[in-house]
Design a protein around this ligand. Structure first.
Ligand SMILES: [Zn+2]
Length: 277
């Protein structure tokens, strides 16, 4: 079997280099990989990749799941907005109805007064009293005309408000139907995500058990502290995780099948299908 080496960048050459520090990271000497369970290099990387793939799927599912309550809240706010517009139109109609009632009462009261004045005309003795009463009647009739104008205006206003109310009700009902259907879908999706997550967590635990504890610890630390790819490719000659340039000779060895340990971010750099020099 071909010999694989686990290098750090500073020690890819033939002469050993003493431990040194780059940006606070300890550069340890190159070491030949030996899995404590006797697994080969390919197996060790393959197992980490399995774990990494499961973690990526778990992260994506969690992110999908976390976005759902926010989306449900948006739909509920939308419904509430439609409901409050509908209520505002209803309230406008109620206050208009009160105004119309008052106008009708004013009109009836004024007409009654006019009728009373007219009946008293016959009993009046002097011309002054008579012409004063005629003035009162004329004033009352003008008042009735004004009230009639306002009644007509209120009728137009009522048509307008009823139209708005009808539109607001249709929009509200449409929004409720749409949002409730969407909410049901989202809740179903959330349930699916939760059951998929449960399954993936089981698979993840099994995958983690297959990884050498030493590598698992490094994997967990790298993942938690930096949220980077723990096993990564070489991209344009640089570490796929932290984009640090990899020396040409080390890069060539990676292409040849060696695994390198990035001294900057701690990722395992391997040749992947999307790798490039
Ligand atoms: Zn790196």
């Amino acid at each position: 079997m071909e010999e694989h080496k686990l290098h750090t960048f500073g020690v890819a050459g033939s002469s050993p280099v003493p431990p040194t520090r780059i940006r606070g990271h300890l550069l340890v000497s190159a070491f030949l990989y030996q899995g404590t369970d006797g697994s080969s290099m390919e197996e060790f990387i393959a197992r980490l990749l399995d774990l990494q793939d499961l973690d990526r799927r778990i992260d994506r599912l969690k992110a999908d799941g976390e976005s759902i309550p926010g989306e449900i809240a948006i739909h509920r706010r939308d419904i509430e907005g439609h409901r409050s517009r509908f209520r505002a139109s209803e309230e406008q109609l109620i206050s208009l109805k009160e105004e119309q009632k008052k106008l009708a009462a004013d009109r009836a009261e004024t007409l009654a007064k006019i009728s009373d004045y007219k009946s008293r005309l016959l009993t009046l003795k002097s011309n002054e009293e008579y012409s004063a009463m005629l003035k009162q009647i004329s004033h009352g009739e003008k008042l009735v005309d004004q009230i009639d104008d306002r009644i007509l205006e209120a009728m137009y206003k009522e048509d307008e408000i009823r139209g708005e109310l009808e539109r607001a009700e249709k929009e509200k009902d449409r929004a409720i139907n749409r949002s409730e259907a969407r909410e049901q879908l989202l809740k179903k999706k959330l349930e699916e995500i939760e059951s998929q997550l449960e399954q993936l967590q089981i698979e993840r635990a099994q995958a983690a058990e297959r990884v050498d504890p030493k590598h698992l610890k490094r994997y967990e630390i790298t993942r938690e502290s930096r949220h980077r790819e723990v096993v990564t490719g070489i991209r344009n000659g640089a570490c796929g995780s932290c984009l640090t340039k990899i020396p040409a000779q080390a890069a060539g060895e990676i292409k040849g099948g060696s695994t390198f340990s990035c001294p900057i971010c701690g990722s395992f750099v391997v040749w992947t299908p999307d790798s490039s020099l």
